[in-house]
Design a binder for this molecule. Structure first.
Ligand code: CP
Length: 314
C-alpha cells in the first residue's frame, strides 16, 4: 500500500505517527544521493517558494533548509527578525500574513517562544515547518538524528538511547525522546538535577541516577550543550565541574560500548559537555548528522509541497 502525505505542517514529533516518521526517513534516504552528484539540483520543486524566517540565531538548521530548497529548485528567501518590520512593532501574525500574501508555498520558522509556529499554522493556509521553538520542539533535528542512526544501525526499534545534559532547556531532547520512543527505542536521560525537568518521564523516558549509568550500555549517546541563553542563572558552579561530572570526557569514553554512536545536535562546546576525543573520534557521527540534515529537509519540503505529484509530471 502506498501511503500519501496529508499534513499541511510539520510542527512537532507528537503529531507524527510511526508510519509518517518512516515515510519522511525513507524519502530523505532516497533524496540523499542528489547531494553527492556533481550537479546537485533536481527540478522537483521548480516554481515553489520557501520562506525561511529565523528569529533566533542558527547555523546548521537555516543553511541546511536553504540548501535543501535550492537542491530541489525551489526559490528560497531568508528573513531575520532584525531586518524585518517586527522591530517597528508589527506583530508576528501580521508579518506572516503579509508574507503569505506574496504567495509562498512553505513557511519555515525558528522562534524563541514555544508554540509560535503552531500559532502561525492556525492562521496561515501555507504549510508551516517548525525549525525550533523555544524549549519545546525541533522536529527536523530529531528526524535527521533518527535518519543518521537508522543508516548505521538499520533498525532503531531495539536500541538504547542516552540523552545527556541540559534536558530542561532542550527542544532537541524533547523531540528526540518522543521520536525515538515512537519508533520503539528505549530512551534514558541523565544530567544535573537542576537540568532535569519534573515529569519528563511522561514523554516516554527514564531518568538515570548518573551519566555513567545512562551511557554504560547505550547504543546511542546524545550529548547536549548547556543552553545558557535559556537559563536565568547558570545552573552549575563552573564549566570545569560540569565537564568532570556530566561531560563525555576521556575517562567516560573508555567505558562506552565498542559500537556506541556519539551524537550532538551542535553547536558543541568543546571541553564542556563533550571532549574533543569524543567529538572527533571514531564513535562520533556528528558531521553525518549535519550531512543528513540537508536530505531530511529536502524530504520535508518534498512531502509538504506535493513533490510526488510534481515529480510525476516532470
Ligand atoms: N542543531 C541546531 O539547531 O543548530 P543551529 O542552532 O546552528 O541551527
Amino acid at each position: 500500500m502506498t501511503m500519501t502525505w496529508t499534513k499541511k505542517d510539520l510542527l512537532d514529533m507528537e503529531s507524527l505517527s510511526r508510519d509518517e516518521i518512516v515515510m519522511i526517513l525513507e524519502t530523505a534516504s532516497g533524496l540523499k544521493e542528489i547531494s553527492e552528484r556533481s550537479i546537485k539540483k533536481v527540478p522537483t520543486l521548480r516554481g515553489k517558494t520557501i520562506v525561511l524566517f529565523f528569529m533566533e540565531p542558527s547555523t546548521r538548521t537555516r543553511i541546511s533548509f536553504d540548501i535543501a530548497a535550492k537542491r530541489l529548485s525551489a526559490d528560497s528567501i531568508s528573513i531575520a527578525a532584525s531586518s524585518s518590520s517586527i522591530i517597528k512593532g508589527e506583530t508576528l501574525i501580521d508579518t506572516a500574513r503579509n508574507i503569505e500574501a506574496m504567495r509562498p508555498d512553505i513557511f519555515v520558522m525558528r522562534h524563541s517562544s514555544a508554540g509560535a509556529p503552531h500559532l502561525l499554522a492556525k492562521h496561515l493556509s501555507v504549510g508551516v515547518v517548525n525549525a525550533g521553538d523555544g524549549m519545546h520542539a525541533h522536529p527536523t533535528q530529531a528526524l535527521l538524528d533518527m535518519m543518521t542512526v537508522r543508516e548505521i544501525k538499520k533498525d532503531i526499534s531495539n536500541l538504547k538511547v542516552a540523552i545527556i545534559g541540559d534536558i530542561a532547556h532542550s527542544r532537541v531532547a524533547r523531540s528526540n525522546i518522543v521520536g525515538f520512543n515512537r519508533m520503539g527505542a528505549s530512551v534514558t536521560i541523565a544530567g544535573p538535577p537542576t537540568m532535569i525537568p519534573a515529569g519528563i518521564e511522561q514523554l516516554g523516558t527514564s531518568v538515570a541516577k548518573s551519566v555513567d549509568e545512562a551511557i554504560e550500555d547505550a547504543d546511542v549517546i546524545m550529548m547536549l550543550r548547556i543552553q545558557k541563553e535559556r537559563q536565568k542563572n547558570f545552573l552549575m558552579p563552573s564549566e570545569r565541574e560540569y565537564a568532570v561530572r556530566y561531560g563525555l570526557n576521556r575517562m567516560r569514553l573508555r567505558r562506552i560500548k565498542p559500537d556506541a554512536l556519539i551524537m550532538h545536535p551542535g553547536p558543541i562546546n568543546r571541553g564542556v559537555e563533550i571532549a574533543p576525543e569524543a567529538a572527533d573520534g571514531p564513535h562520533s557521527i556528528i558531521l553525518e548528522q549535519v550531512t543528513n540534515g540537508v536530505a531530511l529537509r529536502m524530504a520535508v519540503f518534498y512531502l509538504l509541497a506535493g513533490g510526488i505529484r510534481n515529480a510525476d509530471s516532470d
